[in-house]
Design a protein around this ligand. Structure first.
Ligand SMILES: [Zn+2]
Length: 295
């Protein structure tokens, strides 16, 4: 999925930390943070964390809003501007769609970091993967995650799969606004658990946005930022969705596939719900009312 080179990007949705070396934190803190954030939901790829990794450096430098993204051409050229453009399109889409889901829309922002970051959910290291933190209502992402996505899971990792990840996390923000996110905290795991339903709904919301993005004007641009998606690009996004299914993660990490431990859904489930959102929009994303066998 590529941007219209001439579309305007207004900036301000994505910030990043300075490149300064952060303050090291004790070895146990990173692990505790991973568990804490896991409980609060939003951690993707928790299966690859290998929670014995110890603490990371928490960057203490201040946030800088990215200001060098002005056009769709910038978004096509680099990952940071691509995420900025995606965030602006997601913001415009959900401002229109959230009321139909019974939510009063409030925006979120994306915080890029390297190595470690202090959040409203505790300190996090890059190892946790992208996540949404409900207490501070922000999305956190280390862009080196995308390198890992490609090298460890074989996702083709094109621009749409990069944006899919942000769209999925934005979906968790919408769930925070609708209240659906609380279903992830029922303490259960397994193929039809509340946390799997929450994750699959976020995948569905990502699909809904992808389908609408090429017609969605934004605050900064009358011209939609994104060009229509191609079948090859959809395959790319589905590949990303498949590569981060719990069954795939368990296989890649050498374990047996055990549905009882699933918190995100299988590769097949994630692809199915992304497609459901793509075909039917956000209204088609009620993963909570379908029976276990239809999930
Ligand atoms: Zn998620």
């Amino acid at each position: 999925m590529t941007f219209d080179d001439n579309a305007k990007i207004g900036g301000g949705k994505v910030s990043k930390r300075g490149r300064n070396v952060g303050i090291g934190v004790g070895g146990g803190i990173g692990v505790i943070a991973i568990v804490l954030i896991g409980q609060l939901l939003g951690v993707d790829l928790s299966g690859l964390v290998g929670a014995g990794g110890g603490g990371g450096a928490v960057d203490s430098s201040s946030d800088e809003v990215i200001t060098n993204c002005e056009t769709g051409a910038d978004a096509n050229a680099g990952i940071e501007c691509r995420l900025e453009g995606a965030a602006e399109s997601l913001d415009a889409y959900w401002a229109e769609e959230a009321p139909a889901l019974g939510a009063t829309y409030a925006t979120t922002n994306v915080k890029l970091f390297s190595e470690g970051v202090a959040t409203g959910c505790g300190n996090a290291t890059s190892a946790v993967g992208p996540f949404y933190c409900p207490p501070d209502q922000l999305i956190y992402l280390d862009t080196t995650f995308y390198d890992e996505l490609r090298s460890r899971f074989g996702a083709s990792g094109g621009p749409l799969s990069e944006m899919y990840v942000i769209a999925h996390e934005w979906g968790h923000h919408i769930q925070n606004l609708t209240g659906a996110i609380s279903a992830s905290q029922d303490g259960t795991t397994g193929a039809a658990s509340g946390s799997v339903r929450v994750e699959l709904q976020a995948d569905c919301y990502a699909g809904a946005w992808v389908a609408a993005a090429s017609t969605q004007p934004t605050a900064a641009s009358d011209v939609p930022l994104l060009k229509p998606v191609t079948p090859a690009e959809i395959a790319d996004a589905l590949n990303a969705a498949a590569s981060i299914g719990d069954d795939r993660i368990q296989q890649q990490s050498g374990g047996d596939v055990n549905p009882e431990a699933w918190t995100h859904g299988s590769s097949e489930q994630r692809q199915k719900w992304f497609q459901a959102g793509y075909d039917g929009g956000a209204a088609a994303c009620d993963t909570f009312s379908v029976s276990d066998s239809k999930l």
